[in-house]
Design a protein around this ligand. Structure first.
Ligand code: NAP
Length: 244
């Protein structure tokens, strides 16, 4: 039977690359989006026209009711949730003194509470199946911290803590929970960084370049595969050697 993967924030960037790869590898794929109705539905239509099995579903990951519905609709349509990729995220750059309460709350809500909401909603489904793979997208800044990204770094560190704790809670049910910590990846998330700053950053990356979304997607696919059945509670860096 075909396996089913939900990928949050799959309307663009790493999530879209992951949706394409999972569809190509034979999964039913749910492309979750929040604002980007058009790009999410365009991607779903184009994959379906190539014979893949894909549905675009809107849900704001910060909203518990919308997340619960996302999981319910997926189970109703495909019968199971075998893989949950918690990828939806937003960035914010600025000094801590320039980060107001509202900005900080939004960063924590999308990047950490969103992961919590999705994990909580999918857990009963996976526990009943006695199987499942949860892959949370953190960041290398969650491992080592970034100046001028204090709220983002804290939220992404929280994702790592959540991953470790939940891996212990769900292991007896045959469910693995892992995180990926990408480095600098070429997506729209970095479009506001100046070329000079990007070049200076790239000089510090041992492999000498930015990563691309497909390279993160490949790591996600690995953690979702049976080759990773004995891996849980881990953080896999995809960062060109920037953090080792
Ligand atoms: P991106 O191109 O900006 O895409 C972000 C995705 O998140 C979009 O599909 C967006 O969907 C979705 N999203 C945002 N808020 C949402 C919400 N409330 N509910 C549901 N979906 C929401 O970013 P990306 O670079 O692919 O980032 C993907 C993940 O990798 C993020 O968690 C990010 O923190 C992490 N990451 C990225 C980098 C990097 O250098 N790019 C490095 C480390 C970690 P809508 O447009 O539909 O709202």
């Amino acid at each position: 039977m075909k396996k089913t993967a939900i990928i949050t924030g799959a309307s663009k960037g790493i999530g879209a690359a992951t949706a394409i790869l999972f569809a190509q590898k034979g999964y039913n794929v749910v492309i979750n989006y929040n604002d980007s109705f058009e790009s999410a539905n365009l991607l779903a239509r184009s994959l379906n026209s190539n014979g893949y099995s894909v549905t675009a579903l809107k849900a704001n990951v910060t909203n518990k009711l919308e997340v619960d519905l996302l999981i319910k609709e997926t189970v109703y349509k495909y019968g199971s949730v075998d893989v949950l990729v918690n990828n939806a995220g937003i960035a914010f750059q600025g000094l801590i003194t320039d980060t107001d309460e509202y900005d900080a709350a939004k960063i924590f809500d999308v990047n950490l509470k969103g992961v919590f909401n999705c994990c909580r909603a999918v857990t009963p489904v996976m526990v009943e199946q006695k199987s499942g793979k949860i892959i949370n997208i953190s960041s290398m800044w969650g491992q080592v911290g970034a100046s001028c990204e204090v709220a983002y770094s804290a939220a992404k560190a929280g994702v790592i803590g959540l991953t470790k704790a939940l891996s212990k809670e769900l292991a007896p049910s045959g469910i693995t929970v892992n995180a990926i910590a990408p480095g600098l990846i070429e997506t729209s998330m970095n479009q506001n960084i100046s070329v000079e700053d990007l070049n200076a950053f790239v000089e510090e990356i041992p492999l000498g370049r930015m990563g691309n979304a497909n390279e993160v997607a490949a790591a996600i696919l690995f953690l979702a595969s049976s080759d990773a059945d004995y891996i849980t509670g881990q953080v896999l860096g995809v960062n060109g050697g920037y953090v080792v």
